[in-house]
Design a protein around this ligand. Sequence first.
Ligand SMILES: [Zn+2]
Ligand SMILES: [Zn+2]
Length: 276
Amino acid sequence: MTPDPWLASHSYLRPVADLSAEVDRAAAGIEVLDARIPDWDDYRADYLAGVTVLASADAGVDLEPGGRMVSALLERLASGTSSVAAEARALNAELRRGPQPSRRIAEFLLGDETFTPSSPGLLRYLGWTAMARFLRPVLNAFDGWRDEERWLRRYCPTCGSLPAMAQLVGVDPGRMRLLSCGCCGTRWQFKRTGCPFCETDAQRLASVTIDGEPGLRIDHCESCGGYLKTYDGQGNEGLLLSDWSSLHLDLIAYDRGLKRLAASLYEFEPVQIFNS
Ligand SMILES: [Zn+2]
Ligand SMILES: [Zn+2]
C-alpha cells in the first residue's frame, strides 16, 4: 500500500506524511558511505551477553561516516524550501561551531547528552533517517546471522532503542511477535505475551482494537500503563510500521490515560499536531 489511500481516509496525517516524504526525498539524494560489516564471530560473545552491535567494541562499527551523511542531509534541507529549512540551518550552524560534527552527531544519536542542540527532536529524526541508510548493509548482514532465540530482549539488538511498535506475523503454532525499532529499522523477535517495558512476566497485555483499522491495535500493560502500537499483519510494513502513519492511535491511547514508553522520532514541533 502506498501512503495515498491511507491518507485519503486519514487526512489529519497529511502534514506529517508530507514532511516524511520530503525528508525521505532529500535523504535519497545523499551519497551512501560504506559501513564496516562486523566479523560476527568476534561479536558473538557480546551478542549473547546482550550488548548491542553499536555498543560493541568487538563489532567495531564506526558511525562517523554515518554522521557525515547526517550532515549532508542537514545541508540539503537547510538550502531547500522545506518546512524544516530554518531549523536545519540552525542545527548546521551549531554543529559547525564545535569540533568533529559528524562524530558528535553519532554520539548524540546513541544517547550522549553533552551536545544540546536547539532542536533535539528534529536532529534525532533527521539523524536516524540518514544513519539508518548508512547502517542498512549492517542490518541486512545482522539479520542473516542473528539467532533470534538468543536475544528476545526488549531493546533493539542493533542500536539499543526501545521498540517504536510491534508486529504479529505468521499463523499458529509459529505465530510470533516482532518488535520494531523506530531509529535504525531493525525488527527483532520478542515473546508473544508480556510487556516489553516493565517485563513483568505475570502481566499479560490487554488489547484495544480500533474501528476501521483492522490491521492495527493498541496493546497495553496493566502493570506499568505503557502501550505498544501493534501491526497485526504482513506486507505493509513500510507504511504501517512507520509510526507516523498511526499517530492517531497515540491520541486514542493518550485519551485512555496510557503512557507512551515506546521510542518515537515524531516528538518534535512540526508534527506535534495532536498535542495542540
Ligand atoms: Zn535500532
Ligand atoms: Zn508493563
